[in-house]
Design a protein around this ligand. Structure first.
Ligand code: PFF
Length: 472
């Protein structure tokens, strides 16, 4: 295996296409699918959110994904440098690289609270391992403990600031380890073997839930479209979720695009990545909501939804402790392949900017994320009163965790995507873009229409109605 300049290993004997697809799917599929998608769908009323989300993935996410990867492949470098190159070859200002800088900054912010949620996953791995040792293999998980007690695990964790920070640091440390070494063999192994295994386990749990939970109710909740529920804030939430889930607007996919060979058709590859990511998100919805309804939980329970509903199902399931443990271990790995891609972008930037070694750059980024993430973790307990942006409608009543989440998914990622689509649609030379995108005929015309007109205009409108609902 050879390691590229920013550390992502290109393995000999692998077609670059499958390596790229795996790395990109690894980045896309993570906590955003399993944890954030169901929570956002529940908080935004179900069907209207879900269907608008799917529309956003197809009409906005997919064209932007192709735009990001083509910039990366053309530039063959870290994201800002790739944009600069394309701009200069097109005879335009090099300052368009600001779009990548916005992205690198958002990636850093996301990293800091992503690792906090990664810490919750570690906590649940621990709870199931302990349960496996105390109650053994037979029967469900947490035997003899009432459902309310199992549900109370999460509030219990949220109330313990020291533990929350400790778990955040632990998850961050694992991420640091992989990024500092150069994202290499280990992560590839996870992407190649564990992610497919995870998918199979996930499907099995969903099928189990379909037979034992309130599946029909979940289906109608998730897929009944009530136009009156599609408000500005629901639309902004759906767009934000699409970007978060596809890792867009943060320059991450540009970085990965730099590793793709010229023989790869970026158009169809982007379709595969977006398709796989959406499939896992919908699966998460179909897995979690039947349990939520069967157990009489509230769909708008917020960030705890996945963590409180799934253990309930594992309680009733044969060999539930083992299934629960395996499930959370795999969620951990899915989260890790994403957090690594989040740390990679700012690390590459710090490394190039200050000309320092990769491990030191990764350490600097990690230290920043440690501090910011600790503030986010403490916003569930000791610092819950600290709501610095209250007064702005979008951030009303939000502590640091929610502020970081809202700021990135509802402002910075859409802005990054607007800049990217304007750059690819209007600024970069048509010849360069056409030679990279792998599309032809009507599809090419349609893509160009989406990138030039629909993406920037729709995103700007959604941002406006989402941020200033009172004006509309
Ligand atoms: N797409 C990841 C998820 O759904 O969990 C989160 C993410 C990773 C966002 C990498 C942005 C990114 F650059």
């Amino acid at each position: 295996a050879t390691t590229g300049s920013d550390g992502i290993t290109k393995r000999d004997g692998w077609s670059s296409r499958s390596a790229f697809i795996l790395a990109a799917i690894g980045s896309a599929v993570g906590l955003g699918n399993m944890w954030r998608f169901p929570a956002e769908a529940g908080a935004n009323g179900g069907g209207a959110f879900v269907l608008f989300y799917i529309l956003c993935v197809v009409l906005i996410g997919l064209p932007v994904l192709l735009s990001e990867t083509l910039i990366g492949r053309h530039g063959q470098s870290a994201a800002p440098e790739s944009v600069r190159r394309m701009a200069q070859e097109s005879g335009k200002s090099r300052h368009w690289d600001v779009l990548a800088s916005v992205g690198v900054f958002s990636a850093f912010l996301i990293l800091s609270f992503y690792c906090v949620v990664g810490g919750w996953v570690l906590y649940y791995v621990g709870a199931f391992v302990q349960d496996l040792f105390t109650t053994g293999l037979t029967g469900g998980a947490f035997q003899g403990r009432p459902a309310e007690e199992v549900e109370a695990l999460l509030p219990g964790l949220f109330g313990n600031g020291t533990l929350m920070v400790g778990l955040h640091v632990a998850f961050l440390a694992v991420t640091f380890y992989f990024v500092a070494r150069g994202v290499s063999g280990g992560i590839e192994w996870v992407a190649t073997w564990l992610m497919p295994a995870f998918f199979v386990l996930f499907v099995a749990i969903t099928i189990y839930g379909a037979f034992t939970g309130a599946f029909a109710e979940a289906l109608s909740y998730l897929f009944t479209f009530e136009p009156s529920k599609l408000t500005g804030s629901v639309m902004l939430a759906a767009v934000g979720q699409a970007f978060f889930s596809l890792s867009l607007g943060v320059a991450g996919m540009m970085t990965y695009g730099a590793y793709v060979g010229r023989d790869v058709n970026l158009g169809s590859t982007s379709g595969i990545i977006a398709g796989a990511d959406t499939l896992v998100a919908l699966l998460a919805g179909l897995c979690i909501f039947p349990i939520v309804f069967a157990a009489g939980l509230e769909p708008n329970a917020g960030p705890g939804l996945m963590f409180q509903s799934l253990p309930r199902a594992f309680q009733d399931m044969p060999v539930g402790s083992l299934v629960g443990m395996l499930f959370f271990i795999m969620v951990f790995f899915a989260a890790l392949t994403s957090s690594v891609s989040l740390m990679e972008a700012p690390t590459a930037w710090v490394k190039d900017k200050f000309g320092i070694a990769r491990p030191i750059a990764a350490a600097i980024v990690s230290f920043g994320a440690l501090v910011l993430g600790a503030l986010a973790a403490l916003s569930f307990n000791d610092l819950s009163e600290f709501q610095p942006l209250t007064g702005f409608a979008l951030f009303e009543g939000q502590g640091m965790f929610d502020i970081l989440d809202t700021l990135t998914s509802k402002i910075l990622m859409p802005v990054g995507a607007i800049l990217t689509s304007v750059f690819v649609g209007w600024i970069a030379s048509k010849r360069l873009v056409d030679s990279e995108n792998g599309l032809s005929g009507g599809l090419h015309v349609f893509w160009l229409f989406l990138v030039r007109w629909l993406c920037p205009i729709a995103l700007a409108l959604i941002l406006l109605v989402g941020i200033f609902p009172e004006v509309f």
